[in-house]
Design a protein. Structure first.
Lengths: 112, 113
């Protein structure tokens, strides 16, 4: 069966360090993968999209990698700040449905 | 631009009652989606629409109906609410063409007693 896995345990890091979040998937062949940020009581907000033919994508302090052989995406936040504390969701395109399938998210807590 | 708005923000229903959740977007997006989010389970797609007058089933459609009579509105109906439908419901929209970001509303927190 199709599955998207994100670490359900919260990730706690110190301010200034790099946070790395993992998204693993099985039985998908996604054309692209997206990352969203969700704050408590709010809807998700889009951060980055990476296509299957791209190895890496950057946006300011954010970096996403996409390894279709390992079926894994890594999401990095460099020089993390307490304001980066949130839940981060990865999402894959559900080919043919024009819809996304989301992972359950990983909560990041950046300590000052 | 208000983006994606949802009405109501909160609602408490008794088992068996019906209600309609309204989603509106002012970005002229073709695609609209309804998700539910439960603790530890992430967002699950209920129904979606790729254009005015069209709807399609998502991952968890049972117990819900939808309508897209106008491009800017996407309605989610619960005909006979059940406690299992207690959840936070999110609407999203997206411009057509695929590989684009989805814009989410603020959510509706529904409790069914």
């Amino acid at each position: 069966s199709q599955k998207i896995e994100q670490n359900s345990e919260a990730l706690n890091i110190q301010e200034g360090k790099t946070a790395t979040l993992t998204c693993n998937y099985t039985n998908y062949s996604p054309a692209y993968l997206q990352w969203y940020r969700q704050d408590p009581g709010r809807g998700p907000v889009f951060l980055l999209l990476i296509r299957e033919n791209e190895k890496e994508k950057r946006k300011e302090r954010l970096k996403v990698t996409f390894d279709t052989t390992l079926k894994q995406s890594l999401f990095h936040i460099t020089a993390s700040q307490p304001a980066d504390s949130a839940t981060y969701l990865c999402a894959l395109d559900n080919t043919g449905r024009r819809a996304l399938t989301f992972g359950s998210g990983t909560r990041l807590q950046v300590q000052p | 631009n208000a983006g994606v708005t949802q009405t109501p923000k909160f609602r408490v229903l008794k088992t068996g009652q019906s209600m309609t959740l309204l989603c509106a977007q002012d970005m002229n997006h073709e695609y609209m989606y309804w998700y539910r989010q439960d603790p530890g389970m992430g967002l699950r797609l209920i129904h979606y629409s790729v254009g005015e007058g069209t709807t399609a089933k998502g991952e968890v459609p049972d117990g819900y109906n939808v309508s897209r009579l106008k491009k800017q509105n996407f309605l989610l109906g619960l005909e006979s609410a059940a406690p299992s439908q207690t959840s936070v419901y999110f609407c999203a929209s997206m411009v057509s063409g695929g590989a684009n970001e989805q814009f989410f509303g603020p959510g509706t927190r529904l409790t069914v007693l």
